[in-house]
Design a binder for this molecule. Structure first.
Ligand SMILES: Cc1cc2nc3c(=O)[nH]c(=O)nc-3n(C[C@H](O)[C@H](O)[C@H](O)COP(=O)(O)OP(=O)(O)OC[C@H]3O[C@@H](n4cnc5c(N)ncnc54)[C@H](O)[C@@H]3O)c2cc1C
Length: 403
């Protein structure tokens, strides 16, 4: 099946092929089977001490496949860094989307600490720290990406934040909670925490902190039970007057909008990459099945309408991938990445993954609805991606406000 970008792209280098091969082997031999096994467990067992989840994390770390694996490498051009990010991310999404998200978001606190340039903070949150991105609150989902009031309704008003950090001398005191949707929420040792901040000098607004979650002053909810991406742990985080040094604030209110924009850009582009992989996985499974399932004495692939359906699926995978590569290439190394492009990729890929997975399930017929068939899991995984990292319709409005 001539589907892999690494085979089709005339510009790919040996370094890129090596990165792709490592990622593909890991996705095929480790992530795919682990994702299928974890999907069948209750949320509490996914994160049990003896869970296969920890082996996935260990191998991912040892292989150096992290989000920033190729970033800033002086031996690689920006174009190469972008392509490696796309090739590797697509494979991880092809392996298992829930695990891909879990592995990706784990690096957020370290990334934010590095962005601060503060050596003390970088030392406190070294590479390998299991982290999360805590932004959504019980009372604030879409509200938190309403950066410029685009989503506001006449007569609407801001509700009280659920999580606030107050400056008290040389430390911040953090009180409140983040929602049950925080990825890695109940297993993370650290958070890139986006919350309200009161600087005590009249400056009040959003702020970004890097905080420990394993040193007291923090408690966690129970792991969220959900329909898809079940290998991805999610859950609430409660801050019970957590005290952190003042340098834990890496973005003050005046820089919040730009920082939130950048992080959403990164997250949405990564979602775009991950769900190209998801769509491809569904397309491949359906094509293989159509070639082996016989009805009326011929493989169902022999029917013209089946080929037409498979072509539409193929078209969506290729289109989502082409857009994602363009978006990642344009935004890599750019001082101000373009959020509308990242959103276009996220919305396109997740919509494509859902539609392709739905069509794939139809190709499988009755066999597709069995819990023993991989396609129903991919369908469930793809469905929730249209809510993850912002509901697609809301993201569309945020993007359009920049036109
Ligand atoms: C798998 C998954 C992983 C996630 N990971 C994380 C994570 O790591 N960290 C984190 O902090 N959060 C995470 N989230 C939370 C996610 O970002 C939110 O669920 C999302 O932003 C939507 O917020 P909400 O669920 O509160 O929905 P709401 O904002 O309540 O939206 C409900 C519905 O109302 C619609 N709506 C809302 N406002 C408007 C408007 N102005 N105009 C029209 N329609 C509107 C929405 O489109 C949606 O259909 C994750 C969610 C999922 C599903």
């Amino acid at each position: 099946m001539a589907m892999l970008a690494v085979d089709l792209d005339p510009d790919f280098t040996e370094t890129e092929r090596a990165a792709w091969e490592t990622a593909h082997r890991f996705a095929r031999d480790v992530m795919r089977p682990a994702g299928e096994a974890l999907d069948k467990l209750p949320a509490s067992e996914v994160i049990a001490r003896d869970s296969i989840l920890w082996d996935v994390f260990r191998q991912h770390r040892e292989l150096g496949l992290g989000l920033d694996a190729a970033d800033g490498d002086p031996d690689l051009s920006l174009a190469e860094q972008a392509r490696i990010r796309c090739f590797v991310g697509e494979e991880l999404g092809w392996g298992d989307t829930g695990l891909a998200i879990s592995l990706g978001v784990a690096g957020f606190p370290t990334m934010m600490a590095r962005m601060s340039g503060n050596p003390a903070l970088i030392e406190r949150f070294p590479a390998g720290t299991l982290g999360c991105w805590a932004i959504t609150e019980p009372g604030h989902g879409s509200d938190l990406i309403n950066f410029d009031g685009t989503l506001s309704h006449p007569g609407g008003h801001d509700e009280r934040p659920n999580c606030i950090a107050r400056l008290d001398g040389n430390q911040f005191v953090i009180t409140g909670q983040k929602s049950a949707w925080v990825s890695n929420g109940t297993i993370a040792d650290a958070a890139a925490l986006f919350c309200s901040v009161d600087m005590g000098d009249g400056r009040v607004g959003g702020g970004v902190f890097v905080v420990p979650l394993n040193e007291g002053g923090v408690s966690k909810g129970k792991p969220t039970d959900k329909i898809g991406q079940r290998a991805l742990n999610q859950g609430e985080i409660f801050f019970n007057d957590l005290k952190v040094p003042a340098d834990s604030l890496v973005v003050p209110p005046e820089g919040y909008r730009a920082a939130a924009d950048r992080v959403l850009c990164l997250a949405n582009a990564s979602m775009g990459t991950t769900f190209v992989g998801c769509a491809r996985a569904a397309f491949e499974l359906a094509t293989d099945y159509a070639k082996t399932r016989v009805q009326g004495g011929v493989a169902i692939f022999a029917h013209q309408s089946m080929k037409a359906r498979l072509f539409k699926m193929y078209q969506k995978v290729e289109a989502a991938r082409a857009l994602n590569h363009r978006v990642v290439r344009i935004n890599t190394g750019r001082e101000t990445p373009l959020l509308e492009l990242a959103i276009a990729s996220k919305v396109t890929s997740t919509q494509a993954a859902f539609e392709v997975a739905s069509d794939a399930l139809q190709v499988f017929g009755g066999a597709g609805i069995s819990r023993d068939c991989p396609i129903e899991k991919i369908f469930r995984d793809a469905r929730i991606s249209m809510i993850e990292d912002g509901c697609n319709e809301v993201l569309g409005m945020v993007a359009a406000a920049r036109f």
